[in-house]
Design a binder for this molecule. Structure first.
Ligand code: MG
Length: 251
């Protein structure tokens, strides 16, 4: 009889244990739906084939005309147009978009001359100036040493690229840029600086890098207030650098 009582007690204890565990499992805590965000729903965008413009991009240059561009004095573009690309014509001057832009995602394809001439900053030099001021350097940096914060993928004279992802001269290269414009208060003080994230040929070279002000060749950069939307400028640095397939998504 004593053995049977013991067995009964063990069974009761086990059942009580199972009951406690089940109760604990049923204590669900917060409803997971509380942290689900359904509105707004992100827009559906059809990605382009490889680097072709996605469906919501503004195409700035598709290789056929200069309709979205002008020289900085407002004159028609005197660069060469051909083979689906435009090429800098020495001393004609830099060109800019007719439209101004602020925060954006920008795709640019560029090519430095296959025939290598010059060295350092004198080899395949051009540049992409966001808001006409903040330069992402374009340079033939394939086996061509120059100062690190002046090579391809640098925010010129401010931030060197994380790596050198350059292709050979004469090959097409890509920049995918995510740009955050600087913000100024009504007195012209900087509320937040400009930032750039850049993929060079699909490789991260600038990771949310801060700009200290507009690009300057000499001295230290210093912010000056400007409007929210300013043109994108492509630099004439006297080298016949080519561009194609330029598109932008405003953010
Ligand atoms: Mg340059």
């Amino acid at each position: 009889m004593k053995g049977k009582t013991m067995l009964l007690q063990i069974v009761i204890l086990m059942l009580a244990g199972i009951f406690v565990v089940m109760c604990a499992q049923q204590d669900e805590g917060p409803d997971p739906k509380e942290t689900e965000v359904w509105e707004p729903e992100p827009d559906v965008v059809t990605p382009g084939e490889l680097t072709a413009p996605p469906s919501d991009a503004i195409v700035l240059f598709d290789g056929t005309d200069f309709s979205n561009w002008e020289h900085e004095n407002g004159e028609p573009v005197k660069w060469n147009l051909g083979d689906g690309a435009m090429t800098v014509v020495k001393k004609t001057g830099s060109i800019r978009t007719k439209q101004g832009f602020g925060d954006c995602q920008l795709h640019v394809e560029w090519r430095t001359p296959a025939e290598v001439e010059g060295e350092g900053q004198g080899r395949g030099n051009s540049g992409i100036f966001l808001q006409g001021r903040y330069e992402l350097q374009v340079l033939d940096s394939y086996d061509n040493r120059t100062y690190s914060n002046g090579q391809a993928g640098s925010l010129y004279k401010q931030v060197m690229p994380l790596v050198n992802a350059s292709r050979k001269p004469g090959e097409w290269q890509t920049y995918d840029i995510i740009y955050t414009s600087p913000k100024f208060d009504s007195d012209g003080n900087v509320v937040s600086p400009a930032y750039m994230t850049v993929l060079h040929n699909g490789v991260l070279v600038q990771n949310h890098s801060e700009l200290r002000g507009p690009t300057v060749y000499k001295g230290q950069p210093q912010y000056e207030p400007h409007s929210d939307h300013e043109p994108i400028v492509l630099q004439d640095h006297s080298d016949p650098v080519s561009y194609r397939n330029i598109w932008i998504r405003e953010l």
